[in-house]
Ligand binder design. Structure first.
Ligand code: 5GP
Length: 199
């Protein structure tokens, strides 16, 4: 399950809430060359790596996708997604549109793509300004990126306007519940139906 949005839309908060609520979900931890923010923890929020280490992982084919976002490299590790899927977990991936496209090309309909929109650009700017960790220059840069990111919403399966965090959270839970009912995801249904004998 990919969740994309311009940064500051509330995505991280929603993803953390989803994990608390549904123990069958795993949140993929990305690798980044971005500097760690004050409140972030290595191995929890991201795996913070040098560019050299990032490209070493890339050349050893460890990533499902990589992208350059805000002048920093980001990548989704195969171990964070494929291994967890094998363990029977559903995986949430918080990445941008570039990474979503790459994973979609590999996984097709197995990937559920959700896009979150801010209620307005003014509100987005307010939320980014409240995040004390970012400088004014960084906020302006993220605002211009947000406008570009939003243009890709049509590449997704679901689009939600995040005016209210709880409402958005509940809608995402509904999407996940519904997607789990799709026939191709119900791997034991064939056996169940063949046992429905009547005599
Ligand atoms: P931030 O630096 O604010 O945590 O994230 C910046 C942007 O990078 C967000 O839109 C986030 O979704 C995206 N991002 C985070 N991890 C990855 C990743 O592994 N791959 C890609 N393509 N984008 C990522």
């Amino acid at each position: 399950i990919v969740i994309s949005s311009p940064s500051g839309t509330g995505k991280t908060t929603i993803c953390k809430k989803l994990l608390e609520f549904d123990k069958n979900l795993h949140l993929s931890i990305s690798v980044t060359t971005r500097k760690k923010r004050q409140n972030e923890v290595d191995g929890v929020d991201y795996f913070f790596k040098s560019k050299d280490d990032f490209f070493q992982l890339k050349s050893s084919n460890s990533f499902i996708e990589t992208a350059l976002v805000f002048e920093n490299y980001y990548g989704t590790l195969k171990s964070e997604v494929l291994d967890k899927l094998s363990d029977g977990k559903d995986v949430i991936i918080d990445i941008d549109w570039q990474g979503t496209r790459q994973i979609h090309n590999k996984m097709k309909e197995k990937l559920v793509k959700i896009f979150l929109l801010p209620p307005s650009l003014k509100e987005l700017e307010r939320r980014l300004s409240n995040r004390a960790s970012d400088t004014k220059k960084e906020i302006n840069f993220r605002m211009s990126k947000a406008v570009k990111e939003i243009k890709h919403y049509e590449e997704y399966d679901y689009v939600l306007i995040n005016s209210d965090l709880n409402d958005t959270f509940n809608k995402i839970l509904k999407i996940i519940d519904t997607e789990r009912l799709k026939i191709f995801r119900q791997t034991s249904i064939k056996k169940f139906v063949s046992n429905l004998s009547y005599s």
